[in-house]
Design a protein around this ligand. Sequence first.
Ligand SMILES: Nc1nc2c([nH]c(=O)n2[C@H]2C[C@H](O)[C@@H](COP(=O)(O)OP(=O)(O)OP(=O)(O)O)O2)c(=O)[nH]1
Ligand SMILES: [Mg+2]
Length: 133
Amino acid sequence: MTRIVLVTAVVLVDPDRRVLLAQRPKGKSMAGLWEFPGGKVEAGESPEATLMRELDEELGIVVREPCLAPLTFASHAYETFHLLMPVYVCRKWEGVPQPLEHAELAWVNRMKLGDYPMPPADLPLISVIQDRI
Ligand SMILES: Nc1nc2c([nH]c(=O)n2[C@H]2C[C@H](O)[C@@H](COP(=O)(O)OP(=O)(O)OP(=O)(O)O)O2)c(=O)[nH]1
Ligand SMILES: [Mg+2]
């Protein structure tokens, strides 16, 4: 039996329909790969509360809960845990995203998402984003 780790992530979409990717920093697992901002759901937290906290910590932006819409999810067996990751979409926030905890940020044309190396769990998300964003 494997441990399920619940992580929430968000696809931020700008007015030009570009998507924000964030590069995992040195020293963390999967360093250098491009992910969607977010993080682990902590005890007592709703998934939406996690996302609002992580977006403040990681990017320095403020997102209101009604601006988070469910998009899809990822389910992936990593070696040491099983990732279950609800993915939201958000088109409205306050502030300008900054790489406060990532190596770099990139606003990416959704048709170019495949050019950015991502964690294996994220690969099935690309076509969903391309079709639905
Ligand atoms: N935020 C985020 N995490 C992802 C994505 N894809 C993916 O496999 N993950 C994995 C990486 C981590 O193992 C886990 C949660 O990421 P996190 O940002 O909260 O965790 P972390 O790297 O800080 O982990 P840790 O140092 O606290 O142990 O989910 C993604 O698109 N976004
Ligand atoms: Mg994170």
